[in-house]
Every structure is written in C-alpha cells, then in structure tokens.
Design a binder for this molecule. Structure first.
Ligand SMILES: [Zn+2]
Length: 570
C-alpha cells in the first residue's frame, strides 16, 4: 500500500487495483466462473448473459473477464485470458481504446436513442476481435421502448455479438428479455470470504492490520467486496498503513457491538433517562435509525443464541465480541430476550410506514425496560401462594389484602404501578418514568379544584398536554389525541385510541403525575381504550377472597394484569 499512497504515482484505489484479472481470482462465485470457463473452452457461447446480484459482488468484474477471455488472442487452454495481448490489456485498462468491447451504463443511456445508437454498432462486425461485446450495467434502468428495441436484436443476433447485462434488480427486467438470456445469480459474499481477500491484499500491500479490524471492515462491507475494499482504503489512509482496532474505533466513532451492549446495560439498569440520552447522542453522531434497529435486532438475536446454547459458535462476530456475549449469558432470562425480540421485530415492521420514526424507537427503548422487567404470572401467583402458606392461610382474615399482595410483589422485585393502590413513593426511582416526586403542596388559589372542574376536564387536559408538549415531545406525540374524563364512580380516565394504547400505557405513571401536579392533589388516573364503554372501575373491588378457588385465581389474575403490569406468558 505504500506505493498506493505515494503522491508521485497515480493513486489507484484498492478495488480497482485488485480487480481480478483471471476467473481463478474471483472471490466466491466459483460456480459461475467455472461454468463460464467451461462454456468458453467448449465454444458454447450464448449471445446474451444476465448477471444478477447485489452491488459489489463481482458482476462487472466477471463481465469484463468474460469479454477478455472471449476476445483474447492467446487464451489459455483452461479458458483464462492471457492478460498480455493487446485486447486483454485494453480491457484491463478500462476499455478506453478497445474497438470491439463496449461498456454502457444503463442508468445514463436508458433512452430509445441510446439503444438505436447501440443497434447501429451491432450491425457491423468486429474490427479486430472475434466478438463484438456489449456490457450493459444496471440494465433494469432502460425504458420500456428501449427494451423493445433491444429485444429485436436479441431475437436475431448476428453471430459475432455477445451481450452481457448486469443488474441489481432482475425483477425489473421484462420477461421477454430474461427469456433470451443465460442467467447467473451472484451471491453476497460472506464475512469470511471478504476477510481472507482483504488479508491477502493487506499482506501484498504491506499494510499492517489486526484481526479485529479485519473482521470489522469485512462485516461493514455487508456482503460487498467493493464496499469493504473502499473502507479498507480509508482505514489504511487514516491509520497510516498500520490499522489497529483502537484507532478504527475512534475513526468510526464507535465499535458497533459496544453500542448495543451499552444499550442493554442501560435497559438492565432500568435507566430510561440515560437510555434516551444515549440514543440521542447516537443520532447526533449521525447514526442511521434503520441501521440502529437492524443492529439491535442482531444483538438480541446474538443474546438469544448465546443464552440458548451457552456457546458463541453461531454468532458472526470477532472472537473478542463473541467472548462478550458469553460473559453476558444470564443477565437476561430467555423469556425476556424472546419478548424483547418480538417487540423489536414488531417495531421494525411498523417503522417503515411511520411518519414519526424517532419517537417509535424511543418508545421501543422505554418499552424494552418494561419488557425485561416482566415476570411470568404463574411465578408471581406461586409466590403469593407461598406467602399465604407462610402466614398460615391468614389472608382470609386480612381486611386489606392489597397491601399483602403489593408487598409480595415488591419482594419479588417487579415493576409495580403503586399509584392504583397506595400513594406514590418519592424514593421510587426504579420505575421507567418516575412519578413526579416534586408534587408541590397546594397554595391557596394556585391549583384548580378538580371537584369543581369535572364539567370542563378536557380544557384542563389541553393545558396539561401543552405542558407535556414542551417537556416531553415524544410523549405528547402519542397522547395528543387522547381525552380526559370521569366515570360514574368518580374515577379519572384518559381515553386512548386502541392502536396506541400499549404505547401510552408505558407513560401512565408520568401522566398521573402531571395531572396530580396540575390539580395539586394525588390523583389516580387510569387508561381506557376508546372502544370500551365507561365501566365502573374501582380500586376497592375484588380482592376479598371468595370461597371458590378458581374465582380467586381469575380475580387475582386480572388484577395482576391490570394493576401490576404483569404479563401472561404462554
Ligand atoms: Zn489476451
């Protein structure tokens, strides 16, 4: 690489300099190169080839090799081009002067006039070589009229003409054209394939690179050799031909896996505030939201795999990152990981269609804290059962069983919405969005008396929503269409559209806090789906045990779900 960056010589990027000059050197498309070589050897040449596949996997490279081999003046017996004759040299030199090989970019020559010009060229035989070869890149970009014009040539091609079409979107090529081509599907390159090629290039160019960096760049190439080689060039230049992962980290701002481990650390710590701030930081650094979601999915997938197998064999990461996954085993339960993955995949699905993608991801992160805090309801019930036997079945006589249940669940360390049972505790820092603990004591005249405001709750709700808008924009965006009301039992309800109910539910404590602060008294507020009628909802219902055990179970179950944020795990 030293000479690559020598200012006295013309700079050649790695992708170009290392473009394979014989079929043998093409990374990973063995099936295709072998088939092509055999057909050349046996002189079974097709008049039209279609090379399909993602970008940077070698379509144009193989097209050029095919052109080289077909027109080579000293072709090797194994079908490889000689690289030495005038025809080979001109193609290696980007076809600048080759009279019989034409490279056309379909995107910029897509109109009927361009195709007519091409047809003119087709009319006359090759000047110097055996074949007249047209390589058309991104052929799917041609217009319908152009395809039609081309089709006539393809139907009756002169014997000396060979078309090589390349495309990333074969589905956009008309069937009439497809039917006349010999089609080859190029596959994405694996990380290992890119890695071994880069390793070879680095050694030849005398660029030092550590294994970690080699892996990072190969992975970032995302199946494309060209992209990986581009990153390799930038990295070599930045690191002055001694690429170390430490330097790369600062160059790319961060090592990707570190980002997601940090995210899961914050989820585990239930630190919603830091989590959202960290996400904000990533966005400010120019992190792409789709990339973030993909990365998060991959991370939880890795957690699932390592957690299930106890091994890191199925994880496509460098050895040191694999080790991190092994060390992470046990920090989340399998059910937590599965539930989180489901939620992330759901968000991925809605993400594309959402006009508020950033809010969607923020809501996802906060939800993940709740999700990884969910206990299996049967486990909670079992603990309640144990508690009951500890107290010798005394629960029947307890006048306020709610207290027992709440302390049982508190002992079980789950996230409880205390506000439905007892006043919020100011030291309760564990909840996702802490209840406004700075609840001020009402000064005379400072607060609206809610008992006289009941006829006009919604205009007050508008004022509260305005405050929320300035304080937490993303919360506002999901509650802006909600209404505030009171049922016949004097319970306060926020009516939420069914589709956003789950999202808003994550902010119930926060909303209760805002409302309580506004009216200057601790109020318990519940959510109701807009599809539901107002039912008499009461805190005092239902826990008094009935004689019938299954009735008790059902009541307890619905209360756990309603008031304790429990989720049933099937
Ligand atoms: Zn040659």
């Amino acid at each position: 690489m030293a000479e690559l960056f020598n200012e006295n010589e013309s700079y050649q990027v790695t992708a170009r300099k290392w473009r394979p000059r014989i079929f043998e050197d093409v990374t990973s498309q063995e099936f295709i190169t072998k088939t092509l070589r055999n057909s050349i050897k046996n002189e079974r040449i097709s008049h039209a080839y279609l090379f399909c596949g993602p970008r940077g996997v070698g379509k144009t490279t193989v097209a050029r090799l095919l052109a080289m081999s077909l027109n080579c003046l000293n072709r090797k017996p194994n079908g490889e081009p000689c690289n030495e004759c005038v025809s080979c040299k001109e193609i290696i030199n980007d076809n600048r002067n080759h009279p019989d090989v034409f490279e056309i970019d379909g995107a910029s020559n897509r109109n009927i006039e361009d195709v007519r010009e091409l047809k003119e060229k087709v009319k006359y035989g090759p000047i110097r070589s055996k074949f007249k070869i047209f390589i058309i890149d991104e052929v799917h970009m041609l217009t319908g009229a152009s395809f039609n014009a081309l089709l006539k040539t393809l139907e009756e091609p002169p014997p000396y003409v060979v078309f090589i079409f390349a495309t990333t979107s074969p589905e956009k090529v008309p069937m009439t054209i497809l039917g006349r081509c010999q089609k080859f599907d190029f596959k994405r390159l694996t990380i290992d394939e890119i890695r071994s090629r880069l390793k070879h290039i680095a050694a030849s160019e005398k660029v030092k690179i550590d294994e970690e960096s080699l892996f990072f760049i190969s992975k970032k190439g995302d199946g494309s050799m060209r992209d990986a080689q581009g990153l390799f060039d930038i990295s070599a230049s930045y690191c002055d031909n001694n690429i170390t992962f430490e330097k790369l980290k600062s160059f790319f701002n961060l090592a990707e896996s570190d980002v997601y481990f940090r995210i899961t650390d914050l989820i585990k710590a239930k630190d919603g505030n830091q989590l959202l701030n960290y996400y904000d930081e990533l966005m400010n650094k120019g992190y792409d939201m789709q990339t973030f979601l993909d990365g998060l999915t991959g991370h939880f997938r890795n957690l699932l795999v390592s957690g299930s197998t106890g091994l890191a064999d199925l994880i496509l990461e460098s050895e040191s990152v694999k080790q991190n996954y092994i060390e992470y085993i046990g920090r989340f339960s399998q059910i937590e990981i599965i539930n989180s993955l489901k939620l992330i995949l759901q968000t991925e699905y809605t993400f594309k269609y959402s006009s508020n993608q950033r809010t969607l991801i923020e809501a996802l992160l906060v939800e993940l804290i709740k999700f990884t805090d969910t206990r299996d309801i049967t486990q909670i019930l079992k603990e309640l059962q144990d508690l009951r036997s500890e107290t010798g079945g005394e629960t029947h006589k307890v006048t306020s069983p709610a207290k027992n249940i709440s302390s049982a669940i508190k002992n079980a360390d789950i996230n409880v919405s205390y506000d439905t049972i007892q006043p919020p505790k100011s030291d309760n820092k564990d909840t996702v969005m802490p209840f406004e603990s700075s609840l001020r004591q009402p000064d005379a005249g400072q607060f609206i008396d809610i008992s006289t405001a009941s006829g006009d709750l919604n205009s007050h709700w508008l004022s509260i929503k305005d405050q929320i808008k300035t304080e937490r924009k993303w919360v506002y965006s999901i509650i802006k269409d909600t209404t505030f009301e009171q049922d016949d039992k004097k319970n306060y309800l926020i009516r939420v559209d069914d589709s956003t109910f789950e999202l808003v539910d994550g902010y119930k404590d926060y909303l209760s806090g805002k409302i309580s602060k506004y009216f200057g008294q601790s109020l318990s507020v519940n959510l109701i789906k807009s599809s539901e009628f107002v039912t008499s909802y009461s805190n005092s219902d239902s826990i008094i045990p009935s004689e019938n055990e299954s009735d008790n179970y059902d009541k307890l179950r619905s209360i756990l779900i309603r008031d304790f944020n429990a989720k049933e795990i099937k």
